[in-house]
Design a protein around this ligand. Structure first.
Ligand SMILES: NC(=O)c1ccc[n+]([C@@H]2O[C@H](COP(=O)([O-])OP(=O)(O)OC[C@H]3O[C@@H](n4cnc5c(N)ncnc54)[C@H](OP(=O)(O)O)[C@@H]3O)[C@@H](O)[C@H]2O)c1
Length: 321
């Protein structure tokens, strides 16, 4: 089968399309003929081998050489003890840490997959799991309510585009922060206010937010706290490692004896939340927004575009039609 393989950590130029053996499903796994796989920030991290946690998958070179976590496809074979899925089922899900989605076939535990509703295309399904569930869990954890002021930092990207729609579906008043070329896009998602982060610092504009969902953290806990309303919550989702570590430590102390809480979201992928996202797809409240679809052979171009930052929503690799 064809697969996009990388043998060294580095730039997208490490990615090569090659022939590799088709995998065989193990106990509890299914073999998926992949129709589409979307790219996430996590794929870029594992390609670069940075931050350091990615090296758990190989200290000097990647042990799993095929990236791609958010997959959609049709089950072609099942391993032993597969109970809920069968050959021929169209399924999708997030197979993060198993990887292998940038290939014609991959194996994945059945527990990570759910049957794809017919009204969701393979391309749309592949664009949903990680990008939708991360903000869903961030907003649910803090019980977002109507009229609450919610700020999404990094709102124009994959997870951000879901975050804006989800926050609006809860009735929140949403401020979306991203670069200048994504301002109109964020309004089209329903944002009430937008901020160009290169022009204005949301933490110093005198506004206060009940919830800040930060997908690209770069500020200290001390800088964030004044931007929170009384009883406000700051949820760190992603960012550079020094900022994450600093916010985790200093945020903990800043939250002590304070009604303003600073913490981190540890995303806990599960198919129940994915089913919830399918229900929101049906009502039109949260749809995957796809910037561009690439064929498998152009995966390198897709990674370069994702790294360039000029993506509105998601990039999807179409592998079969
Ligand atoms: N905590 C968890 O369990 C968990 C799980 C999965 C993912 N994550 C994290 O979630 C984050 C979001 O992923 P994603 O797939 O949505 O990434 P993405 O598609 O690359 O989107 C990130 C967006 O942030 C914008 N941005 C960059 N720097 C910014 C800044 N200083 N201020 C405001 N916006 C900025 C980018 O636009 P420009 O480049 O145009 O500026 C881009 O639109 C990643 O950091 C990922 O590691 C966390």
């Amino acid at each position: 089968m064809k697969a996009i393989v990388y043998q060294q950590y580095g730039s997208p130029d490490q990615l090569k399309i090659v022939d590799v053996p088709k995998p065989t499903p193990k106990d509890g796994e299914v073999l998926l003929k992949i129709y589409a796989t979307s790219l996430n920030a996590s794929d870029v991290e594992f390609l670069h081998g940075k931050p350091v946690y990615t090296r758990f998958m190989g200290l000097f070179k990647p042990r799993k050489q095929i990236l791609g976590s958010d997959v959609a496809g049709i089950i072609e074979a099942v391993g032993s003890n597969v109970k809920n899925l069968k050959i021929g089922d169209a399924v999708f899900g997030d197979i993060f840490m198993h990887f292998g989605g940038l290939a014609e076939y991959c194996c994945a535990p059945e527990t990570l997959l759910m049957v794809k509703p017919e009204n969701i295309s393979f391309i749309q399904a592949a664009a949903m799991p990680q990008a939708a569930i991360v903000p869903l869990q961030g907003l649910q954890k803090h019980q977002t309510k109507p009229k609450q002021k919610v700020l999404i930092n990094g709102a124009g990207g994959g997870a951000g585009s879901f975050a804006v729609q989800l926050a609006k579906s809860y009735g929140a008043i949403v401020t979306a922060v991203d670069s200048i070329d994504k301002q109109e896009f964020m309004c089209s998602l329903g944002a009430d206010f937008t901020i160009n982060y290169k022009q204005q610092d949301f933490a110093r504009n005198g506004q206060h937010y009940d919830l800040i969902l930060d997908l690209v953290a770069s500020r200290s806990a001390a800088e964030i706290k004044p931007a929170l309303s009384p009883n406000g919550n700051y949820v760190l989702v992603g960012g550079d490692v020094p900022t994450i570590l600093s916010i985790l430590i200093k945020g903990f102390f800043a939250s002590l004896n304070s009604d303003k809480k600073i913490g981190m979201l540890m995303h806990n992928y599960n198919v129940e939340d994915l089913a919830h996202m399918c229900a929101l797809f049906d009502t039109g409240e949260a749809l995957p927004i796809i910037d561009q679809v690439y064929p498998l052979k152009d995966a390198t171009k897709a990674f370069k575009k994702l790294i360039s930052g000029h993506v509105k929503g998601k990039l999807v690799i179409q592998i079969s039609t």
